[in-house]
Design a protein around this ligand. Sequence first.
Ligand code: NDP
Length: 332
Amino acid sequence: STQIHLASRPTGWPTPENFRTVRVDLPDLTPGQVRVANTFVSVDPYMRGRMNDVKSYVPPFAVGEAMTGGAVGEVVASTAESLPVGTTVLHQQGWRDVAQGDAAGFTAVTPVPGVADSAFLGVLGMTGLTAWVGLTTIASLRPGDTVFVSGAAGAVGSAVGQIARLLGAKRVIGSAGSAEKVRLLTERYGFDAAFNYQDAPVREQLPTHAPDGIDVYFDNVGGDHLEAALDVLNRDGRVALCGAISQYNTTEKTPGPDNMANLVKQGLTLRGFTVGFHLDQAGEYREKMGPWLRDGDVVTDETVIDGIDRAVDGFLAMMRGENVGKMVIRTR
Ligand code: NDP
């Protein structure tokens, strides 16, 4: 079998020297095992993270060992009743042409007539599911929403655009990195609008394609794209943070937080709010806080500046941090 091993950990963009092609003789099958001739192995952005020596939702690749990842193939030898020769299986022993191991590590799939088995790694597999979950569970897509997706011509993005339309989005906008991809977005994938983020800053281009703002941003890119989306998100807008590929190979600080990927890894939710949208809760709050203050369950401090003529001083002092608790100006 031919396997791709990680030879060393890349810094910034990986180079061929970081990998090694290795031929190995596979042992005979023991009872309950299968040997699989892979038909397709997946390469995915998350694998870049696995090349680093950092803990993530999947452990790092080991230096000197075959890398792993999604793959689909056909059982060519079997000592497992459940997976006879000829079965098409999905599994995680990618980056090699022949995989083998206990049957439990392999899942039988039913090929779809007219659809290549590679679809189990894409639209019928991990990336398609990512699009679905991101739109429905994470972004709570609603009919009539305007949706913007970055990385729109990629595996996840192209599914996002089309699923969004099928679920009733009013307008779907995509960005990608070439004129050819942009053409595909509108002519093949049914996007209403698309632009090439290489042509001009996203911040300049997105508003022209989203005259009424956007309701959902499906973020595959992070950085400048996320920043631009935040500019045009409408009230109650929702962002599904799916990836931040603009940062995966960077060694320098990129625009915005450089650790947005933690939102992905930890399944974090960042949801903005403005208190003005929640004034209906004011009465209930006061009923709670009044007794707490009265009984000393809550203590509070103020910094008081005397005189309306010192109001600006007070304001600036507060901005400099010279207050403890609430800064107030006493005017009489
Ligand atoms: P894609 O098929 O979209 O391939 C990656 C694409 O990223 C490239 O085609 C390229 O397209 C684009 N790209 C690369 N560098 C940049 C950059 N600096 N700025 C903007 N775009 C860039 O990959 P996937 O569909 O598999 O993954 C898309 C995103 O989804 C990734 O961020 C990935 O990590 C994430 N993901 C997250 C999952 C999750 O569970 N949260 C699961 C699966 C994927 P272009 O020519 O347009 O630049």
